[in-house]
Design a protein. Structure first.
Length: 254
């Protein structure tokens, strides 16, 4: 009986976690193992974690909520990512974060859409959420230097053009002087962008020099430039200036 008590007592003990930002959080053994698994795989679904640790999905969600609250991970619908500077995450992961805000922003941008438009969409995961809405209109031509955006548009039967250039595997897009040369020859009816930061005084900035240069080229050739910003991008300033808010046809923020 005493041995049974000891085993149960041991299972409930919380163990200190080291090497995760020095946060000092006390985690049980399963939670520590979940973190190790996420560190190794980068991304795992709730279902996969439940199967790996022989617990219910509800238990996994509770563990992930705790880990996110302590700053170790980022949750998304159906899974989690190891905590990172969000801008440092590949776009294939960023598109899974803040999905409700991104969908809401796309919905607010719908007032600018109509049939028979050429639409430029930048490399951001935010603006990718416009693609399902564009599919509701006739004779839409999507132009982008984002491979993921063009693939999503093609899957929905939209006419699309992928801008050439040097391939950036992190953001699955084309950049560089060749890309900018292509962009100088297009004149879309409307262009949608997002960026890393919007400061309190209306300065729009980014941490990627090549993508900033591409945005500027498009903006010069397009009369209606629109930026979308989720709430976590507000009150921030980065190295490269894109433009000022007053230069835009519309600025949509949450």
């Amino acid at each position: 009986m005493f041995a049974m008590f000891e085993n149960e007592h041991f299972r409930k003990q919380k163990m200190p976690l080291c090497g995760y930002g020095g946060l000092g959080m006390l985690l049980n053994q399963r939670q520590m193992q979940m973190l190790e698994a996420l560190k190794k795989e980068e991304r795992l679904s709730v279902k996969a974690l439940a199967q790996r640790f022989w617990v219910s999905e509800m238990t996994v969600r509770r563990d992930l909520k705790l880990l996110e609250g302590e700053g170790y991970i980022q949750r998304y619908s159906g899974g989690a990512l190891i905590k990172s500077n969000e801008g440092a995450l590949p776009v294939k992961y960023r598109k899974l974060l803040h999905t409700r805000q991104k969908a809401t922003l796309a919905g607010k941008a719908k007032k600018h859409l109509h049939d028979s438009m050429s639409v430029f969409i930048d490399t951001s995961s935010t603006c990718m959420y416009l693609i399902p809405l564009l599919a509701e209109y006739r004779t839409i031509h999507v132009i982008s230097n984002s491979v993921q955006t063009v693939m999503a548009a093609a899957e929905r039967g939209l006419a699309c053009t992928l801008i050439g250039g040097d391939y950036d595997s992190h953001d699955m897009c084309t950049v560089g002087s060749l890309s900018e040369r292509f962009l100088r020859d297009i004149h879309p009816d409307i262009a949608f962008f997002s960026s890393a930061g919007l400061s309190d005084d209306g300065l729009i900035t980014d941490d990627n020099e090549q993508q900033t240069a591409a945005r500027k080229v498009v903006m010069e050739n397009c009369r209606r430039n629109i930026f979308l910003f989720e709430s976590h991008k507000l009150h921030k300033t980065y190295l490269y200036t894109v433009c000022r808010a007053e230069e835009l046809a519309d600025l949509i923020i949450l």
